[in-house]
Design a protein around this ligand. Structure first.
Ligand code: UD2
Length: 314
């Protein structure tokens, strides 16, 4: 494969990355996706420039030939969700740890150029200080957080032991168009937007004062490309926060959405969710310094764009 590869490229973040790659001049992109949560429809506008392989990253024999010689492999395929990893730990373990190992192993054996790994802000757990910086000790609180952290460690070890170039980007609560709101494990903003457009109250788990660094999907896609281009001697084997740097509570966020829509709907409250992190906010200094991270979308602008997308599709 002499073109960039995106695992999980039919997913909501992966497909945004594919569109960014093509917009920035890639002639074609290869996508590896088992279509478990990803959808071919997410790639509709760019389908003619995408080679789509419906392959599971757990299947090494089918995966390895696809990564051979790839200049850059963006590894986004995963089974996300903190609560899903608690109720069904085995599938997420297999996809997120065994699958990541397979990707790295295939990249070494097939002499791929660089791996950009989608890590997670959940690795931090509940730290005492905010914002969270890469020098803090990780404190995973859920199987998902631990699995994503293990992937980072594997990346760093594959860099030091085998010379494979890797960069781990800790994604912070990514949101935007195409995020699927239909599962109980869906990202909170996709659920909030669906409820808002249906004029129904959302259910907030806990008191709603937990906060997140919600990051617009196009800013994350852009940063993935920057991580692929940054000098290997500086960035390889390292972990960077891929966040926006801001922090909003769920209560604030719901109020903001209601204001944007010109409605007033009181949320319902349920019990706190096991494994939930209380507060999350990225220190972006290292990503700015080494990768040239420069988020373009304020939270409100991202919300506006996303809401418009749901309005036109739901
Ligand atoms: C974690 C990671 C995130 C990403 C994601 C992938 C943290 C801080 N973030 O997101 O970076 O890796 O996992 O899955 O660990 N909630 C409600 N009502 C709902 C749904 C959710 O109140 O209907 C709450 C939920 O309890 C949590 C917040 O919304 O406090 C965000 O939940 P989420 O599932 O969207 O994402 P989160 O933070 O687990």
């Amino acid at each position: 494969m002499n073109i960039a590869v995106v695992t999980g490229g039919a997913g909501f973040i992966g497909s945004a990355l594919v569109r960014t790659l093509l917009a920035q001049g890639a002639p074609r992109v290869a996508v590896i996706d088992n279509l478990s949560s990803g959808k071919e429809a997410n790639l509709a506008e760019v389908r003619g420039s995408v080679d789509l392989y419906a392959v599971d990253i757990r299947d090494y024999a089918r995966l390895a030939p696809l990564l051979k010689g790839a200049p850059v492999v963006y590894h986004l395929a995963a089974i996300p969700s903190v609560p899903r990893s608690i109720s069904e730990p085995a599938p997420s373990h297999e996809a997120n740890i065994d699958g990541t190992f397979n990707v790295l192993r295939a990249c070494v054996e097939g002499r791929a150029g660089r791996v950009i790994y989608a890590a997670s802000s959940s690795a931090y757990g509940d730290t005492e200080a905010l914002p969270k910086s890469e020098t803090m000790a990780p404190r995973p609180k859920s199987p998902y957080a631990l699995q994503k952290l293990t992937g980072e460690y594997y990346c760093a070890v594959f860099t030091s032991c085998y010379g494979l170039e890797t960069v781990s980007l800790r994604f912070f609560n990514v949101f935007g168009p195409r995020q699927d709101p239909s599962s109980p494990y869906s990202g909170v903003l996709s659920i909030f937007m669906k409820r808002l457009l249906e004029r129904r109250p959302p259910v907030i788990f806990g008191d709603g004062e937990q906060s997140r660094d919600f990051t617009y999907v196009e800013d994350v896609a852009e940063l993935c490309l920057k991580a692929a281009r940054a000098p290997g001697a500086t960035v390889s084997g390292h972990v960077y926060n891929a966040g926006n740097g801001c922090r909003y509570t769920l209560n604030e966020t719901w109020r903001l959405l209601c204001r944007m829509e010109g409605v007033e709907i009181q949320p319902e409250y349920g019990p706190p969710r096991p494994g939930d992190v209380r507060h999350s906010q990225a220190d972006t200094a290292a990503a700015v310094r080494d990768l040239g991270h420069a988020p373009r979308f304020s939270f409100e602008e991202g919300l506006r764009r996303t809401l418009e997308w749901y309005r036109s599709t739901l």
